[in-house]
Design a protein around this ligand. Structure first.
Ligand SMILES: Cc1ncc(COP(=O)(O)O)c(C=O)c1O
Length: 465
Protein backbone atom coordinates (compact mmCIF):
# COMPACT_ATOMS: atom_id res chain seq x y z
CA UNK A 1 0.00 0.00 0.00
CA UNK A 2 1.32 3.47 -0.74
CA UNK A 3 2.50 5.48 2.22
CA UNK A 4 0.14 8.44 2.69
CA UNK A 5 1.31 10.61 5.59
CA UNK A 6 -1.35 12.82 7.09
CA UNK A 7 -1.75 16.46 6.16
CA UNK A 8 -0.50 19.10 8.64
CA UNK A 9 -4.14 20.29 8.92
CA UNK A 10 -5.60 16.86 9.55
CA UNK A 11 -5.29 16.76 13.32
CA UNK A 12 -6.87 20.19 13.82
CA UNK A 13 -9.61 19.41 11.34
CA UNK A 14 -10.59 16.13 12.92
CA UNK A 15 -10.51 17.69 16.39
CA UNK A 16 -13.07 20.29 15.40
CA UNK A 17 -15.03 19.24 12.36
CA UNK A 18 -17.53 16.45 11.69
CA UNK A 19 -17.56 15.01 8.17
CA UNK A 20 -20.60 13.29 6.71
CA UNK A 21 -20.25 9.71 5.48
CA UNK A 22 -17.22 8.98 7.70
CA UNK A 23 -16.79 6.76 10.76
CA UNK A 24 -16.72 9.32 13.58
CA UNK A 25 -15.52 6.75 16.11
CA UNK A 26 -12.44 5.93 14.06
CA UNK A 27 -11.26 9.14 12.43
CA UNK A 28 -8.22 8.58 10.30
CA UNK A 29 -5.94 11.55 9.80
CA UNK A 30 -4.09 9.77 7.00
CA UNK A 31 -7.30 9.53 4.96
CA UNK A 32 -8.23 13.19 5.12
CA UNK A 33 -7.65 15.04 1.86
CA UNK A 34 -7.15 18.78 2.23
CA UNK A 35 -8.09 20.26 -1.14
CA UNK A 36 -6.80 23.78 -1.53
CA UNK A 37 -7.02 24.67 -5.23
CA UNK A 38 -8.82 23.86 -8.43
CA UNK A 39 -7.44 23.91 -11.95
CA UNK A 40 -9.78 22.91 -14.78
CA UNK A 41 -10.74 19.27 -14.22
CA UNK A 42 -8.04 18.87 -11.52
CA UNK A 43 -7.93 19.64 -7.81
CA UNK A 44 -4.74 20.17 -5.81
CA UNK A 45 -4.14 19.27 -2.17
CA UNK A 46 -2.24 21.15 0.51
CA UNK A 47 0.97 19.36 -0.41
CA UNK A 48 0.78 20.22 -4.09
CA UNK A 49 -0.51 16.83 -5.33
CA UNK A 50 -2.78 17.13 -8.38
CA UNK A 51 -5.77 14.84 -8.76
CA UNK A 52 -8.23 14.13 -11.50
CA UNK A 53 -11.55 13.60 -9.72
CA UNK A 54 -13.55 10.94 -11.58
CA UNK A 55 -16.85 12.43 -10.41
CA UNK A 56 -16.32 16.19 -10.56
CA UNK A 57 -16.37 16.70 -6.77
CA UNK A 58 -19.53 14.65 -6.03
CA UNK A 59 -21.06 15.10 -9.50
CA UNK A 60 -21.02 18.85 -9.13
CA UNK A 61 -19.00 20.95 -11.49
CA UNK A 62 -19.84 21.19 -15.17
CA UNK A 63 -17.31 23.92 -15.94
CA UNK A 64 -14.34 22.74 -13.91
CA UNK A 65 -12.83 23.89 -10.66
CA UNK A 66 -11.64 27.43 -11.48
CA UNK A 67 -13.92 29.06 -14.00
CA UNK A 68 -13.08 32.79 -13.67
CA UNK A 69 -16.39 33.93 -15.18
CA UNK A 70 -18.29 32.34 -12.30
CA UNK A 71 -16.01 33.98 -9.75
CA UNK A 72 -16.52 37.31 -11.51
CA UNK A 73 -20.29 36.89 -11.57
CA UNK A 74 -20.21 36.30 -7.80
CA UNK A 75 -17.94 39.28 -7.18
CA UNK A 76 -19.95 41.65 -9.36
CA UNK A 77 -23.19 40.66 -7.62
CA UNK A 78 -21.56 40.83 -4.19
CA UNK A 79 -20.46 44.40 -4.82
CA UNK A 80 -23.95 45.43 -5.89
CA UNK A 81 -26.22 43.46 -3.56
CA UNK A 82 -24.54 40.49 -1.86
CA UNK A 83 -27.60 39.28 -0.03
CA UNK A 84 -31.26 39.94 0.44
CA UNK A 85 -34.17 37.66 1.18
CA UNK A 86 -36.58 36.62 -1.57
CA UNK A 87 -39.64 36.12 0.64
CA UNK A 88 -42.96 37.86 1.11
CA UNK A 89 -43.40 40.28 -1.78
CA UNK A 90 -39.67 40.76 -2.43
CA UNK A 91 -37.35 39.65 -5.17
CA UNK A 92 -34.03 40.57 -6.81
CA UNK A 93 -33.01 40.77 -10.48
CA UNK A 94 -30.75 37.65 -10.55
CA UNK A 95 -33.47 35.45 -9.01
CA UNK A 96 -36.02 36.81 -11.51
CA UNK A 97 -33.69 36.25 -14.47
CA UNK A 98 -32.63 32.80 -13.31
CA UNK A 99 -36.25 31.70 -12.84
CA UNK A 100 -37.14 32.82 -16.37
CA UNK A 101 -34.09 31.01 -17.75
CA UNK A 102 -34.94 27.80 -15.90
CA UNK A 103 -38.48 27.78 -17.24
CA UNK A 104 -37.06 28.25 -20.75
CA UNK A 105 -34.54 25.40 -20.58
CA UNK A 106 -36.45 22.77 -18.59
CA UNK A 107 -39.06 20.51 -20.24
CA UNK A 108 -41.99 22.56 -21.51
CA UNK A 109 -44.67 21.20 -19.17
CA UNK A 110 -42.75 22.70 -16.21
CA UNK A 111 -43.86 26.29 -15.80
CA UNK A 112 -42.95 27.41 -12.28
CA UNK A 113 -39.78 27.21 -10.17
CA UNK A 114 -39.16 27.49 -6.43
CA UNK A 115 -35.53 28.24 -5.53
CA UNK A 116 -33.87 26.56 -2.54
CA UNK A 117 -30.33 25.81 -1.35
CA UNK A 118 -29.58 22.10 -1.77
CA UNK A 119 -30.78 18.94 -3.45
CA UNK A 120 -32.13 17.73 -0.11
CA UNK A 121 -34.16 20.91 0.34
CA UNK A 122 -35.48 20.60 -3.20
CA UNK A 123 -36.67 17.03 -2.67
CA UNK A 124 -37.96 17.80 0.82
CA UNK A 125 -40.00 20.65 -0.65
CA UNK A 126 -41.30 18.31 -3.34
CA UNK A 127 -42.53 15.86 -0.68
CA UNK A 128 -44.40 18.65 1.08
CA UNK A 129 -45.83 19.91 -2.21
CA UNK A 130 -47.10 16.43 -3.06
CA UNK A 131 -48.96 16.30 0.26
CA UNK A 132 -50.20 19.89 -0.04
CA UNK A 133 -51.38 19.22 -3.61
CA UNK A 134 -53.42 16.20 -2.60
CA UNK A 135 -54.90 18.05 0.34
CA UNK A 136 -55.81 20.82 -2.10
CA UNK A 137 -57.58 18.29 -4.32
CA UNK A 138 -59.54 16.94 -1.35
CA UNK A 139 -57.85 13.53 -1.22
CA UNK A 140 -56.00 13.58 2.10
CA UNK A 141 -55.45 9.82 2.02
CA UNK A 142 -53.37 9.96 -1.20
CA UNK A 143 -49.96 10.56 0.43
CA UNK A 144 -47.64 7.57 0.05
CA UNK A 145 -44.50 8.05 -2.01
CA UNK A 146 -42.62 5.31 -3.85
CA UNK A 147 -38.87 5.40 -4.50
CA UNK A 148 -36.30 2.87 -5.60
CA UNK A 149 -33.99 0.77 -3.44
CA UNK A 150 -30.42 2.01 -3.77
CA UNK A 151 -31.55 5.58 -4.52
CA UNK A 152 -30.25 8.70 -2.80
CA UNK A 153 -32.47 11.75 -2.52
CA UNK A 154 -31.06 13.63 0.47
CA UNK A 155 -30.30 13.78 4.17
CA UNK A 156 -33.28 15.57 5.75
CA UNK A 157 -35.84 13.58 7.75
CA UNK A 158 -38.16 13.23 4.77
CA UNK A 159 -35.57 12.85 1.99
CA UNK A 160 -33.60 10.24 3.92
CA UNK A 161 -36.93 8.41 4.23
CA UNK A 162 -37.22 8.62 0.47
CA UNK A 163 -33.64 7.43 0.04
CA UNK A 164 -33.36 3.71 -0.57
CA UNK A 165 -30.02 3.13 1.17
CA UNK A 166 -30.44 1.32 4.52
CA UNK A 167 -27.30 2.88 6.04
CA UNK A 168 -29.04 6.28 5.72
CA UNK A 169 -31.77 5.00 8.07
CA UNK A 170 -29.92 3.03 10.74
CA UNK A 171 -30.01 4.75 14.10
CA UNK A 172 -31.94 7.79 12.88
CA UNK A 173 -35.50 6.54 13.39
CA UNK A 174 -36.24 6.88 9.68
CA UNK A 175 -37.79 6.06 7.27
CA UNK A 176 -41.02 7.73 8.29
CA UNK A 177 -44.27 5.97 7.48
CA UNK A 178 -45.65 6.20 3.98
CA UNK A 179 -42.37 5.87 2.07
CA UNK A 180 -42.50 2.73 -0.05
CA UNK A 181 -39.53 1.07 -1.74
CA UNK A 182 -39.41 -0.94 -4.94
CA UNK A 183 -36.44 -2.59 -6.65
CA UNK A 184 -34.10 -0.36 -8.61
CA UNK A 185 -32.49 -1.61 -11.80
CA UNK A 186 -29.34 -3.75 -11.85
CA UNK A 187 -29.06 -5.16 -15.35
CA UNK A 188 -25.75 -6.92 -14.64
CA UNK A 189 -26.79 -8.84 -11.55
CA UNK A 190 -30.59 -8.94 -11.50
CA UNK A 191 -31.59 -9.70 -15.06
CA UNK A 192 -32.56 -13.37 -15.11
CA UNK A 193 -31.20 -15.92 -17.61
CA UNK A 194 -33.40 -15.87 -20.72
CA UNK A 195 -34.72 -12.41 -19.89
CA UNK A 196 -33.87 -9.46 -22.15
CA UNK A 197 -33.87 -5.80 -21.06
CA UNK A 198 -37.46 -5.29 -22.18
CA UNK A 199 -38.66 -8.25 -20.13
CA UNK A 200 -36.55 -7.22 -17.12
CA UNK A 201 -37.90 -3.64 -17.35
CA UNK A 202 -41.44 -4.99 -17.57
CA UNK A 203 -40.83 -7.12 -14.47
CA UNK A 204 -39.58 -4.11 -12.50
CA UNK A 205 -42.58 -2.04 -13.55
CA UNK A 206 -44.97 -4.88 -12.72
CA UNK A 207 -43.59 -4.73 -9.18
CA UNK A 208 -44.47 -1.02 -9.03
CA UNK A 209 -47.99 -1.69 -10.30
CA UNK A 210 -48.49 -4.60 -7.87
CA UNK A 211 -47.38 -2.37 -5.01
CA UNK A 212 -49.74 0.43 -6.01
CA UNK A 213 -52.60 -2.05 -6.20
CA UNK A 214 -51.69 -3.65 -2.88
CA UNK A 215 -51.46 -0.30 -1.07
CA UNK A 216 -54.57 1.02 -2.86
CA UNK A 217 -54.11 3.57 -5.66
CA UNK A 218 -56.15 6.06 -3.64
CA UNK A 219 -53.28 6.11 -1.07
CA UNK A 220 -50.31 6.41 -3.44
CA UNK A 221 -49.40 9.97 -4.41
CA UNK A 222 -46.10 9.88 -6.27
CA UNK A 223 -43.03 8.00 -7.39
CA UNK A 224 -39.60 9.66 -7.27
CA UNK A 225 -36.82 8.51 -9.58
CA UNK A 226 -33.18 9.54 -10.03
CA UNK A 227 -32.85 8.61 -13.73
CA UNK A 228 -29.20 7.55 -13.46
CA UNK A 229 -29.50 5.84 -10.05
CA UNK A 230 -26.30 7.55 -9.04
CA UNK A 231 -26.18 6.38 -5.43
CA UNK A 232 -26.10 2.84 -6.72
CA UNK A 233 -22.95 3.87 -8.62
CA UNK A 234 -25.00 4.60 -11.78
CA UNK A 235 -27.48 1.90 -12.67
CA UNK A 236 -29.01 2.44 -16.08
CA UNK A 237 -32.62 1.41 -16.43
CA UNK A 238 -33.44 -1.39 -18.87
CA UNK A 239 -34.84 -0.53 -22.29
CA UNK A 240 -38.55 0.23 -22.19
CA UNK A 241 -38.59 0.66 -18.40
CA UNK A 242 -39.38 4.36 -18.22
CA UNK A 243 -42.05 4.20 -20.91
CA UNK A 244 -43.85 1.42 -19.08
CA UNK A 245 -43.34 3.04 -15.69
CA UNK A 246 -44.85 6.36 -16.78
CA UNK A 247 -47.86 4.58 -18.28
CA UNK A 248 -48.51 2.75 -14.99
CA UNK A 249 -48.14 5.94 -12.93
CA UNK A 250 -50.55 7.77 -15.23
CA UNK A 251 -53.03 4.88 -15.00
CA UNK A 252 -53.22 5.24 -11.20
CA UNK A 253 -52.94 9.04 -11.10
CA UNK A 254 -49.58 8.83 -9.36
CA UNK A 255 -47.28 11.86 -9.86
CA UNK A 256 -43.95 11.25 -11.58
CA UNK A 257 -41.08 13.09 -9.88
CA UNK A 258 -37.71 13.23 -11.60
CA UNK A 259 -34.70 13.97 -9.39
CA UNK A 260 -32.21 15.61 -11.77
CA UNK A 261 -29.82 16.67 -9.01
CA UNK A 262 -27.01 14.70 -10.67
CA UNK A 263 -28.30 14.07 -14.17
CA UNK A 264 -29.24 17.68 -15.00
CA UNK A 265 -27.30 20.37 -16.85
CA UNK A 266 -25.64 18.32 -19.56
CA UNK A 267 -24.44 15.08 -17.98
CA UNK A 268 -26.25 12.94 -20.58
CA UNK A 269 -25.50 15.21 -23.56
CA UNK A 270 -28.87 17.00 -23.36
CA UNK A 271 -29.68 19.65 -20.78
CA UNK A 272 -31.69 17.13 -18.73
CA UNK A 273 -31.79 13.35 -18.58
CA UNK A 274 -35.56 13.76 -18.92
CA UNK A 275 -34.95 14.75 -22.55
CA UNK A 276 -32.46 11.96 -23.20
CA UNK A 277 -34.68 9.29 -21.68
CA UNK A 278 -38.13 10.61 -22.61
CA UNK A 279 -39.34 11.41 -19.08
CA UNK A 280 -42.31 13.69 -18.57
CA UNK A 281 -42.02 14.90 -14.99
CA UNK A 282 -44.80 16.45 -12.94
CA UNK A 283 -42.17 17.73 -10.54
CA UNK A 284 -38.42 17.95 -10.97
CA UNK A 285 -35.55 18.73 -8.58
CA UNK A 286 -32.30 20.35 -9.71
CA UNK A 287 -29.08 21.26 -7.86
CA UNK A 288 -25.32 20.63 -8.27
CA UNK A 289 -24.75 21.32 -12.02
CA UNK A 290 -27.19 24.27 -11.82
CA UNK A 291 -24.36 26.41 -10.46
CA UNK A 292 -21.45 24.01 -11.07
CA UNK A 293 -21.88 23.88 -7.25
CA UNK A 294 -19.77 27.03 -6.86
CA UNK A 295 -22.43 28.17 -4.39
CA UNK A 296 -25.31 26.27 -2.78
CA UNK A 297 -28.43 26.61 -4.92
CA UNK A 298 -31.15 24.21 -6.04
CA UNK A 299 -34.68 24.32 -7.35
CA UNK A 300 -38.06 22.64 -7.65
CA UNK A 301 -39.92 22.77 -10.95
CA UNK A 302 -43.59 21.94 -11.33
CA UNK A 303 -46.37 21.82 -13.89
CA UNK A 304 -49.02 24.49 -14.21
CA UNK A 305 -51.58 21.98 -12.98
CA UNK A 306 -49.72 21.39 -9.72
CA UNK A 307 -49.01 25.09 -9.31
CA UNK A 308 -52.68 25.95 -9.85
CA UNK A 309 -53.81 23.50 -7.16
CA UNK A 310 -51.28 24.67 -4.58
CA UNK A 311 -51.91 28.33 -5.43
CA UNK A 312 -55.64 27.85 -4.83
CA UNK A 313 -54.95 26.09 -1.54
CA UNK A 314 -52.55 28.81 -0.39
CA UNK A 315 -55.22 31.38 -1.29
CA UNK A 316 -57.59 29.65 1.08
CA UNK A 317 -54.97 29.56 3.86
CA UNK A 318 -53.88 33.13 3.21
CA UNK A 319 -50.30 32.24 2.28
CA UNK A 320 -47.92 29.57 0.97
CA UNK A 321 -46.01 28.76 4.16
CA UNK A 322 -42.88 27.23 2.68
CA UNK A 323 -39.70 29.32 2.49
CA UNK A 324 -35.96 29.32 3.01
CA UNK A 325 -34.24 32.61 3.90
CA UNK A 326 -31.53 32.15 1.27
CA UNK A 327 -33.70 30.59 -1.44
CA UNK A 328 -33.46 32.84 -4.51
CA UNK A 329 -30.40 34.55 -3.01
CA UNK A 330 -29.03 37.21 -5.35
CA UNK A 331 -25.42 35.99 -5.46
CA UNK A 332 -26.14 32.27 -5.84
CA UNK A 333 -28.76 33.11 -8.49
CA UNK A 334 -26.32 35.33 -10.41
CA UNK A 335 -23.69 32.60 -10.46
CA UNK A 336 -26.21 29.92 -11.48
CA UNK A 337 -27.47 32.12 -14.30
CA UNK A 338 -23.92 32.75 -15.56
CA UNK A 339 -23.19 29.01 -15.30
CA UNK A 340 -26.17 28.21 -17.56
CA UNK A 341 -25.22 30.99 -19.98
CA UNK A 342 -21.68 29.60 -20.22
CA UNK A 343 -23.03 26.09 -20.85
CA UNK A 344 -25.02 27.59 -23.72
CA UNK A 345 -22.37 30.04 -25.07
CA UNK A 346 -19.69 27.35 -25.13
CA UNK A 347 -22.09 24.71 -26.41
CA UNK A 348 -21.07 22.34 -23.64
CA UNK A 349 -23.90 19.96 -24.61
CA UNK A 350 -22.41 19.52 -28.09
CA UNK A 351 -19.00 19.05 -26.47
CA UNK A 352 -20.38 16.29 -24.22
CA UNK A 353 -21.90 14.57 -27.25
CA UNK A 354 -18.64 14.86 -29.19
CA UNK A 355 -16.34 13.42 -26.48
CA UNK A 356 -18.85 10.85 -25.21
CA UNK A 357 -17.93 8.18 -27.81
CA UNK A 358 -14.30 8.26 -26.62
CA UNK A 359 -15.49 8.13 -23.00
CA UNK A 360 -17.75 5.16 -23.69
CA UNK A 361 -15.08 3.37 -25.72
CA UNK A 362 -12.50 3.69 -22.94
CA UNK A 363 -15.11 2.72 -20.34
CA UNK A 364 -16.05 -0.41 -22.28
CA UNK A 365 -12.36 -1.32 -22.75
CA UNK A 366 -12.04 -1.63 -18.97
CA UNK A 367 -13.99 -4.90 -19.14
CA UNK A 368 -10.78 -6.53 -20.41
CA UNK A 369 -9.32 -6.00 -16.94
CA UNK A 370 -9.50 -9.04 -14.60
CA UNK A 371 -11.23 -6.90 -11.93
CA UNK A 372 -13.97 -5.46 -14.18
CA UNK A 373 -17.15 -7.41 -14.83
CA UNK A 374 -19.22 -4.94 -16.80
CA UNK A 375 -19.33 -1.37 -18.02
CA UNK A 376 -22.29 0.87 -18.86
CA UNK A 377 -22.45 4.53 -19.83
CA UNK A 378 -24.46 7.40 -21.24
CA UNK A 379 -23.11 10.83 -22.20
CA UNK A 380 -20.42 11.53 -19.61
CA UNK A 381 -21.87 9.22 -16.96
CA UNK A 382 -20.32 5.79 -16.66
CA UNK A 383 -19.95 2.88 -14.30
CA UNK A 384 -18.02 -0.36 -14.00
CA UNK A 385 -18.67 -3.21 -11.60
CA UNK A 386 -15.61 -4.77 -9.99
CA UNK A 387 -15.60 -8.55 -9.63
CA UNK A 388 -13.49 -11.00 -7.63
CA UNK A 389 -13.03 -13.40 -10.50
CA UNK A 390 -13.67 -14.21 -14.12
CA UNK A 391 -15.15 -16.10 -15.89
CA UNK A 392 -18.49 -16.05 -14.15
CA UNK A 393 -18.10 -12.50 -12.81
CA UNK A 394 -17.77 -13.77 -9.26
CA UNK A 395 -18.96 -11.12 -6.80
CA UNK A 396 -16.73 -10.05 -3.91
CA UNK A 397 -17.60 -11.50 -0.51
CA UNK A 398 -18.08 -9.14 2.45
CA UNK A 399 -14.37 -9.16 3.31
CA UNK A 400 -13.43 -8.35 -0.28
CA UNK A 401 -16.02 -5.62 -0.49
CA UNK A 402 -14.49 -3.96 2.59
CA UNK A 403 -11.07 -3.92 0.93
CA UNK A 404 -12.15 -2.27 -2.33
CA UNK A 405 -12.72 1.26 -1.09
CA UNK A 406 -9.43 1.77 0.77
CA UNK A 407 -7.43 0.13 -1.99
CA UNK A 408 -9.02 2.21 -4.74
CA UNK A 409 -8.63 5.35 -2.67
CA UNK A 410 -4.97 4.76 -1.79
CA UNK A 411 -3.81 3.54 -5.18
CA UNK A 412 -5.93 6.21 -6.87
CA UNK A 413 -4.08 8.84 -4.82
CA UNK A 414 -0.78 7.32 -5.86
CA UNK A 415 -1.79 7.73 -9.52
CA UNK A 416 -3.27 11.22 -9.11
CA UNK A 417 -6.88 10.08 -9.27
CA UNK A 418 -9.91 10.39 -7.02
CA UNK A 419 -12.08 7.38 -7.87
CA UNK A 420 -15.64 7.32 -6.58
CA UNK A 421 -16.87 3.91 -5.61
CA UNK A 422 -20.14 2.70 -4.19
CA UNK A 423 -18.46 -0.49 -2.99
CA UNK A 424 -17.85 -2.51 -6.15
CA UNK A 425 -19.51 0.01 -8.49
CA UNK A 426 -17.03 2.65 -9.63
CA UNK A 427 -18.55 5.77 -11.18
CA UNK A 428 -17.27 8.22 -13.76
CA UNK A 429 -18.84 11.66 -14.12
CA UNK A 430 -16.00 14.08 -14.87
CA UNK A 431 -16.48 17.82 -15.36
CA UNK A 432 -18.25 18.35 -18.68
CA UNK A 433 -15.33 20.38 -20.06
CA UNK A 434 -13.09 17.28 -20.10
CA UNK A 435 -11.19 16.77 -23.39
CA UNK A 436 -10.60 13.47 -25.21
CA UNK A 437 -6.97 13.55 -24.12
CA UNK A 438 -8.03 14.00 -20.49
CA UNK A 439 -10.54 11.17 -20.86
CA UNK A 440 -7.63 8.95 -21.89
CA UNK A 441 -5.63 10.21 -18.94
CA UNK A 442 -8.50 9.45 -16.53
CA UNK A 443 -8.92 5.88 -17.78
CA UNK A 444 -5.13 5.31 -17.93
CA UNK A 445 -4.84 6.37 -14.30
CA UNK A 446 -7.85 4.25 -13.38
CA UNK A 447 -6.32 1.20 -15.09
CA UNK A 448 -3.05 1.67 -13.19
CA UNK A 449 -5.07 1.97 -9.97
CA UNK A 450 -6.86 -1.28 -10.78
CA UNK A 451 -3.54 -3.00 -11.63
CA UNK A 452 -2.11 -2.12 -8.23
CA UNK A 453 -5.33 -3.10 -6.45
CA UNK A 454 -5.29 -6.45 -8.26
CA UNK A 455 -1.74 -7.23 -7.11
CA UNK A 456 -2.70 -6.42 -3.53
CA UNK A 457 -5.99 -8.36 -3.63
CA UNK A 458 -4.13 -11.37 -5.00
CA UNK A 459 -1.48 -11.06 -2.30
CA UNK A 460 -4.24 -11.01 0.33
CA UNK A 461 -5.97 -14.01 -1.25
CA UNK A 462 -9.17 -12.03 -1.93
CA UNK A 463 -8.72 -12.62 -5.66
CA UNK A 464 -7.29 -15.87 -7.03
CA UNK A 465 -3.80 -15.74 -8.59
C1 LIG B 1 -29.82 12.16 -6.90
C2 LIG B 1 -29.60 13.06 -5.72
N1 LIG B 1 -30.64 13.70 -5.19
C3 LIG B 1 -30.49 14.52 -4.12
C4 LIG B 1 -29.27 14.70 -3.53
C5 LIG B 1 -29.14 15.58 -2.33
O1 LIG B 1 -28.48 16.76 -2.66
P1 LIG B 1 -27.72 17.62 -1.53
O2 LIG B 1 -26.55 16.82 -1.08
O3 LIG B 1 -27.36 18.88 -2.27
O4 LIG B 1 -28.67 17.89 -0.45
C6 LIG B 1 -28.15 14.05 -4.05
C7 LIG B 1 -26.82 14.23 -3.44
O5 LIG B 1 -25.85 13.64 -3.83
C8 LIG B 1 -28.33 13.19 -5.17
O6 LIG B 1 -27.31 12.50 -5.66
Amino acid sequence: MPDTPSSPLASSDITHQIHGFTDLAHPNEDELMVITEGDGIYVIDDRGNRYLDCTAGMYCTALGFNEPELAEAAYAQMRRLPTYHNLLATTNPPATALSKKLIEITPEQLTKVFLVNSGSEANDTIIKLIWYYNNALGRPEKKKIISRKGSYHGSTVATSSLTGVPSMHTGFDVPMEGFLKVDGPHIFREMKPGEDEQAYGARLVRQVEDRIQKEGPETVAAMVVDPLASAAGFQFSPKGYFERLQAVLRKYDVLFVVDEVISGFGRTGRMFAAETLGLKADLMSIAKGLCSAYLPIAGVLMTEEIFAAIAKQSGEFGMFAQAFTTGGHPTTSAVALRNIELIEERDILAHVRSVSPRFLERLQALTAHPLVGEAHGLGLAGTVELVAGKPGDVPFDDGGRKRIRPLMRDYGSKHGLIPRGWVERQSFAPPLIITEQQIDEMFDRFTRTLDDALVQLRAEGVVAQ
